[in-house]
Design a protein around this ligand. Structure first.
Ligand code: HEM
Ligand code: HEM
Length: 220
């Protein structure tokens, strides 16, 4: 086993395009969403325009993230993030926290096998948790958003939100509030994600597609 690094293609063009398209759509959704907000009104656009734009973008974004998940599965990328990886990722996270407290350095499991021309491990396990975090936030935003557009078809979401927040005057108001709170959660999550990607030197690979990876010529 050698300790060199090798430049490899980490992300396909389509994966990168989808990632940045999702980022752009989220930023526009945030701007248009705040344009119709009952609580934090941001009057950059007229309310009518903001509403139409938000609904159009919301439905487009739902399509983009559905395709992103489909692509993740069809390209085989999903196997690095799959459900079976969640429990070991939690163990790794606990190990990271313990090491941080005791001042020890955690060894990254990421490695690339030059002979087989494939990764032995592609992601640090914490990224698995980050991915499922995104998935949860996306699901809540889509379901609450759809319930606001189609209250009849998605009545169960409105009823669930009302059960969580019964102090609101209507079920739709409870749904709307949860939609707003999670949108703020997305902003915070995005900042943590961007900061982590930046400090771990990953941003370049999400633009160019390639990254210098540690060589792991022995299969782990
Ligand atoms: C990251 C994605 C999203 C963000 C950041 C976001 C943000 C927001 C915000 C801040 C509001 C105003 C809530 C309030 O304070 O009253 C809002 C309202 C709304 N959102 Fe979203 N949203 C997102 C995704 C979606 C999706 C995917 C849909 C639908 C498929 C959707 C549909 C709606 C609808 C229908 C409203 C109420 C508009 C009105 O009645 O005037 N949103 N959104
Ligand atoms: C709403 C905004 C964003 C969303 C929804 C989002 C979502 C995602 C998802 C789902 C992944 C794949 C899972 C993972 O590796 O964690 C990912 C990877 C990545 N994101 Fe984002 N992201 C956003 C913003 C950003 C920003 C602003 C940056 C950079 C400044 C960034 C940089 C990266 C990088 C570098 C990776 C790949 C990490 C790797 O190579 O393993 N993302 N993002």
């Amino acid at each position: 086993m050698k300790s060199d690094t090798i430049a490899v293609k980490r992300h396909s063009l389509l994966y990168r395009i989808l990632h940045w398209l999702i980022v752009l759509e989220v930023l526009l959704l945030l701007l248009s969403g705040l344009g119709v907000s009952e609580y934090i009104p941001l009057a950059l656009l007229s309310r009518g325009v903001a509403r139409s734009l938000h609904i159009l973008l919301g439905l487009t974004w739902t399509g983009t993230i559905t395709f992103f998940v489909y692509y993740l599965m069809m390209s085989g990328e999903y196997r690095w993030f799959g459900v079976s990886k969640i429990a070991p990722a939690i163990d790794f996270f606990v190990h990271e926290v313990r090491s941080f407290i005791s001042g020890k350095k955690v060894k990254s499991p990421v490695g690339y096998n030059r002979d087989k021309k494939k990764y032995t491990e592609k992601v640090v396990p914490t990224e698995v948790l980050a991915w499922w975090g995104w998935f949860t936030l996306w699901t809540i935003m889509v379901l609450t958003g759809l319930a606001l557009i189609f209250p009849d078809g998605f009545g169960f979401i409105n009823r669930l939100c009302y059960a969580i927040l019964p102090a609101f005057s209507t079920a739709a108001a409870a749904t709307r509030f949860i939609h707003l709170v999670i949108s703020v959660g997305i902003v915070i999550y995005m900042m943590i994600h961007a900061y982590a990607s930046w400090t771990f030197g990953m941003v370049g690979s999400m633009i160019s597609g390639s990254n210098d990876e540690p060589v792991a010529d022995v299969e782990k």
